[in-house]
Design a protein around this ligand. Structure first.
Ligand SMILES: *[C@@H]1O[C@H](CO)[C@@H](O)[C@H](O)[C@H]1NC(C)=O
Ligand SMILES: *[C@@H]1O[C@H](CO)[C@@H](O)[C@H](O)[C@H]1NC(C)=O
Ligand SMILES: *[C@@H]1O[C@H](CO)[C@@H](O)[C@H](O)[C@H]1NC(C)=O
Length: 296
């Protein structure tokens, strides 16, 4: 999977030095692409492991809304990756040998030495959390605990925490990893997790919103983008660098889908209003002065 993503991303970075015929992804000091996998990037590759300075106020409550950690692609995407990997790799290498690419030698060697290990990339593990994803959540737990030791004590106490999650392998495994590092060893079995409601308007409002379904499945803008000059220029540039364009829209297509189907390019008003329930929960909790409120 990562070969494909890396190539597409590497390409978009290359546009920075479009005119440099000696550009090497391998030695680029500013953008080490080897950890950048678009929407699948591990948080720490971008954010680092630093603990942000907290203000001098005394924290009293902690409210957190987290996504799952890094996960596998969907089953169908995994199948596509397995399917095109060999062709993609050998085609790039062949084109280099024929002098038809702009790849530098070191980049060529990295691609040549790339081994696609499908042991952990099993299509039956649809969107499941990967080990790096567990690590991310452990790291987040450690950093918050260090920053707010008083409201995130290591000793678990049912009446001090309220924990909700959604009914997905990736979110449950993320929460497990987070809780494992947050609390003392062995506390994990005692933790009370709120039952997952049949319709979860708080954490998954998009599951039950026909208007959202309608809006996010409208592909008019996405298709127009893919036919437009920017996208075509990307294809052209990839082609120039690798002499290969087959399947290259794989990830770019996904960016466009997120951007128009659930992001700033789409019905922004609807998308942001869908999170009203969660904002309401946050504000109610922070404004409440009830002494029986949980710490977190
Ligand atoms: C935290 O504050 C200190 C002192 O003001 C500063 O030296 C340090 O760089 C800050 N750290 C971060 C992560 O912002
Ligand atoms: C593939 O990954 C598995 C699990 O991480 C590992 O045990 C195995 O040695 C790897 N195979 C190769 C050829 O690198
Ligand atoms: C758990 O937290 C509640 C509320 O803060 C407190 O009254 C109780 O003593 C705590 N229990 C233990 C075992 O620390």
């Amino acid at each position: 999977m990562f070969t494909i993503l890396a190539i597409v991303l590497a390409f978009s970075q290359a546009s920075v030095s479009l005119h440099d015929p000696f550009y090497c992804f391998t030695t680029d000091p500013i953008h080490p692409q080897n950890q950048m996998f678009a929407t699948k990037v591990v948080y720490e590759a971008l954010h680092g492991r630093e603990i942000p300075n907290v203000s001098t106020c005394t924290p009293r409550k902690f409210w957190m809304y987290s996504r799952h950690g890094t996960r596998l692609p969907s089953s169908s995407d995994i199948r596509r990756m397995i399917d095109i990997h060999d062709r993609l790799q050998s085609s790039v290498l062949r084109n280099y040998d024929l002098g038809r690419t702009q790849l530098c030698r070191a980049d060529y060697e990295n691609i040549a030495n790339w081994i696609f290990n499908s042991t952990n990339l099993d299509p039956d593990r649809n969107s499941e959390l990967v080990e790096a994803g567990c690590e991310e959540l452990r790291g987040i737990a450690q950093r918050f605990q260090k920053a707010f030791p008083n409201i995130l004590p290591k000793t678990y106490n049912t009446s001090e925490f309220l924990i909700r999650f959604t009914d997905r392998q990736r979110t449950q495994a993320s929460l497990d990893a987070f809780a494992e590092d947050l609390f003392d060893e062995g506390a994990h079995n005692d933790i009370f997790f709120e039952p997952v409601p049949a319709v979860d308007r708080l954490l998954r409002p998009h599951d039950d919103c026909p208007l959202y379904d309608e809006v996010s499945s409208n592909l008019v803008e996405q298709e127009a983008f893919e036919e437009g000059p920017d996208f075509q220029q990307i294809l052209e540039q990839v082609n120039k660098n690798l002499d290969f364009s087959d399947q290259i829209n794989f990830q770019v297509e996904k960016f466009a889908r997120y951007y128009y189907g659930m992001g700033y390019g789409g019905q922004e008003r609807l998308f942001s209003n869908m999170n009203c329930h969660i904002m309401h929960d946050l504000l109610t909790y922070l404004q409440s002065t009830n002494p029986n409120d949980q710490l977190a």
